[in-house]
Design a protein around this ligand. Structure first.
Ligand SMILES: Nc1ncnc2c1ncn2[C@@H]1O[C@H](COP(=O)(O)OP(=O)(O)OP(=O)(O)O)[C@@H](O)[C@H]1O
Ligand SMILES: [Mg+2]
Length: 369
């Protein structure tokens, strides 16, 4: 699978731009703020219908403009797919595959798998559980439409239940009859989603260990523990017994939105005990394992977006990563770097077709091999 070209209009700092890509390595170079990451983000939009950076589509419309469009032609198993993503302020985002409107985003997410490695990814380790749930959910959604549908339903019922609890709190009275329909949905969906998360970790963890060993200097034992209350035998009773707490705190306190994934090194939490280097290696291993599991399950190499990795990683990790590139473990690759000489130096060692694009203030100033 690869992206052949992209056409942008009023997307962030791009006025109107068209670019043809190499099916192998594409390297975007240019000074800070020129628009390198924005171009990766446009590719992310085409694959996943949303930005990797700004959750709100509005923020990605060029200042003073009313809309943005991102068009791109993909090649997938010998077939051509043209994807169009159109967003107009105040309207629903539209997505079209070969001219046909896609009604549910779950019909598109997963068709064109993508993995992004970005400098602030260590938030995955350092931040709260929400970041990690988002990471694993995004991965599972790309792998399974039905997972995405269940998750969307869960989020819908959770929102409704929380709104109802707020009403109860205002009235000063809990009404079990009224809320029980939501309880049932949340309990059932929590059990289903938690079971799928647990199953997934069983497949994913060995790959994570493999990549961690490959890219880290030390071969410490690492692992992931999936923490959930939703698979306990008495989950249903526990959920019901939370009603009082829910009433006081005005929100739902049990369910898969409380789960966490604990990253461990030598049996201890990586967040507290991992060195900076160990944390960086772990993050790259998380992403490479994601790449590998997509490859295994979708039988196609995902597009890999590497944002600023040469700047943020040390020589050892760059070398390990580039070894994987040189071994042709990846498919189409997009790399950004503010320093063209450095990326040329690193990439010239690699026997692959590599195209450099020079970007200046949201416009492409040319490319060469
Ligand atoms: N909605 C928007 N409208 C216009 N310009 C925008 C919008 N959103 C972001 N920008 C501009 O995009 C530029 C940032 O682009 P980007 O993050 O792609 O830079 P970069 O080349 O990756 O830089 P760095 O090397 O620092 O990572 C900034 O100049 C910013 O002002
Ligand atoms: Mg950038």
């Amino acid at each position: 699978m690869h992206l052949k070209n992209i056409r942008l209009k009023y997307f962030k700092n791009y006025d109107q731009t068209e670019v043809q890509f190499s099916p192998e390595i594409n390297c975007f170079v240019g000074s800070n703020g020129s628009g390198k990451t924005n171009l990766l983000d446009a590719i992310h939009y085409l694959c996943l219908t949303k930005s990797a950076i700004n959750g709100m589509d509005n923020l990605n419309v060029q200042h003073e403009k009313e809309f943005f469009t991102i068009f791109g032609d993909f090649e997938l198993e010998g077939k051509e797919i043209e994807v169009r993503c159109i967003f107009e302020s105040g309207k629903k985002k539209q997505l079209l595959q070969n001219g046909k409107a896609v009604e549910k985003m779950s019909e598109h997410v997963g068709l064109l798998p993508v993995v992004m490695i970005a400098p602030d990814d260590t938030q995955l380790i350092k931040d709260g559980s929400e970041e990690r749930r988002r990471f694993f959910d995004a991965m599972l959604c790309q792998l399974s439409k039905s997972y995405m549908d269940s998750l969307v339903r869960y989020q819908h019922f959770l929102k409704q239940r929380n709104a109802l609890i707020k009403q109860f709190a205002e009235r000063g009275r809990w009404d079990q009859n009224y809320i029980s329909i939501y309880d049932k949905e949340i309990i059932n969906l929590s059990k289903e989603i938690a079971a799928r998360r647990a199953d997934f970790i069983k497949d994913y963890e060995p790959l994570l260990k493999e990549f961690y060993a490959e890219i880290s200097e030390n071969q410490e034992e690492i692992g992931i523990t999936y923490e959930t209350q939703c698979l306990l035998g008495n989950f249903e009773q526990e959920f019901q017994s939370m009603a009082q707490k829910d009433f006081i705190l005005k929100r739902t306190n049990m369910g898969i939105h409380k789960d966490d994934f604990i990253f461990e090194i030598k049996g201890y939490p990586l967040k507290k005990f991992g060195s900076q280097g160990q944390q960086k290696s772990f993050v790259i291993a998380l992403k490479l394992a994601q790449f590998q599991i997509f490859l295994q399950q979708k039988k196609t190499k995902p597009i890999l977006l590497l944002d600023d990795v040469f700047d943020k990683l040390d020589d050892l990790r760059i070398q390990k990563l580039m070894q994987l590139v040189a071994d042709h473990r990846f498919g189409q690759l997009f790399i950004t770097d503010a320093r063209p000489e450095r990326s040329r130096e690193i990439l010239k060692e690699i026997a692959a077709d590599c195209t450099f694009f020079l970007i200046e203030k949201g416009s492409l100033k040319g490319w060469n091999q």
